[in-house]
Design a protein around this ligand. Structure first.
Ligand SMILES: Cc1ncc(COP(=O)(O)O)c(C=O)c1O
Length: 369
């Protein structure tokens, strides 16, 4: 965010900066969603909704799990939230007490450990390697689980690595968590942004016992609407609702009405075309970065990030500062995402057009030289 602010200050001063730092798609929300938002304003949808969200939106999300994954997730288990951020805060608040910890990857999405800190708990960060798809596995869970551990918080695809977790690896983790009567929190906010032939299955197809976090921010291109959802385990509905009522009252009413249009075929077609564009960008970017001297040992399988290693001797923070100040390309240092070999990595977002990405890579290559 600090880098982004500096990059934006350079933009304002008329400098041509290539932005490869932000965690949001460059596409606007699809037109049917924007039209629905306008209709909602005109229709006066300005009051609170139920804390759990508009019933028709919860139905639509339940249908998403049925259609996409063939899974039965009752609408009663789905709470509409203020982004995945709201869902993560709710879920973490439900499972930890002060002094507890959750296991999570290093590198990983940094806000998660900060949510836990706010609750007096902590993220127990586990260094992960490209050979493990930058994900946890059952032996790491066994090794790091201590007397204060309450569960595991994972993301697939993950930020900053774009890494998916394999189904059988997740199966092993579920077994370990269940054996300890722990909790599994699964962040699937990039789940529809994957680039393989087969769409990965949601964790809901493996267990009814996980907290599953979803969002309208990324695939649906609705970052600024602030809308997401939380699937809670069977039996946890009323506890989740009580907490949601107290913390948030409800998610944005306008955003919820707008999101209903996200399930229309016209919106779906736009989002699928955007996914194809992101895939093309990834397929260009990864070899181009490798040619320029960055290390990308795993092809990212989803989201819109590449987590790239710098050659030995470079510090990510110094590199990012110099890349921005001297070469006018903005990327994020690995130190934003954790500690493990973090200063040897940068995160590069491909939420820019192909032309701009090519300029960005050329500037990064210069910065490396
Ligand atoms: C892994 C992950 N989880 C959650 C979020 C928060 O997203 P939202 O905009 O839905 O609050 C982000 C945002 O970048 C993210 O990368």
């Amino acid at each position: 965010m600090e880098l982004l602010a500096r990059a934006q200050a350079l933009d304002a001063a008329g400098v041509d900066v290539v932005h490869m730092e932000v965690g949001e798609p460059d596409f606007p929300a699809p037109a049917p969603i924007l039209d629905a938002a306008r209709r909602a304003i005109d229709g006066g949808a300005t009051r609170y909704t139920a804390a759990s969200g508009l019933p028709e939106l919860r139905e639509a999300l339940s249908a998403l799990y049925a259609d996409r994954y063939g899974c039965d997730v009752a609408p009663e288990r789905i709470l509409v939230t203020a982004g995945a951020s709201g869902a993560l805060l709710l879920a973490t608040a439900m499972v930890v007490e002060s002094g507890d910890n959750l296991l999570m990857t290093d590198p990983g999405y940094p806000c998660n450990r900060h949510f836990l800190q706010t609750l007096g708990a902590e993220g127990r960060l586990i260094p992960v390697a490209p050979e493990d798809d930058y994900q946890l596995n059952e032996s790491l869970v066994r090794e790091y689980w201590d007397e204060r551990t309450r569960g595991v918080l994972l993301a697939s695809p993950a930020n900053p690595t774009g890494a998916l977790i394999r189904e059988r690896v997740l199966e092993g983790i579920i077994t370990e968590v269940d054996a300890r009567s722990g909790f599994l929190l699964m962040d699937e906010i990039y789940h529809q942004l994957t680039f393989g032939e087969l769409a990965p299955r949601s964790v809901v197809s493996q267990t009814d016992g996980a907290f599953v976090i979803g969002s309208f921010s990324k695939y649906f291109g609705m970052t600024g609407f602030r809308l997401g959802w939380l699937v809670v385990p069977d039996g946890a509905e009323s506890e989740a609702l009580k907490l949601a009522q107290n913390l948030f009252i409800c998610a944005s009413t306008l955003a919820q009405h707008a999101a209903l249009a996200a399930f229309e075929p016209a919106a779906h077609a736009i989002m699928e075309a955007q996914r194809a564009t992101l895939r093309e960008r990834r397929d260009y970017l990864v070899p181009a970065l490798t040619d320029a001297g960055f290390a990308v040992p795993r092809m990212p399988e989803g989201a819109f990030y590449v987590y790239a290693g710098l050659p030995a001797g470079h510090s990510a923070e110094a590199f990012c500062n110099n890349a921005l100040d001297t070469h006018h390309v903005s990327v994020t240092p690995g130190t934003d995402f954790g500690f493990h070999r973090a200063d040897g990595h940068i995160r590069i977002t491909y939420a820019e057009s192909r032309d701009r990405l090519e300029q960005g890579v050329a500037r990064l290559a210069e910065a490396l030289r």
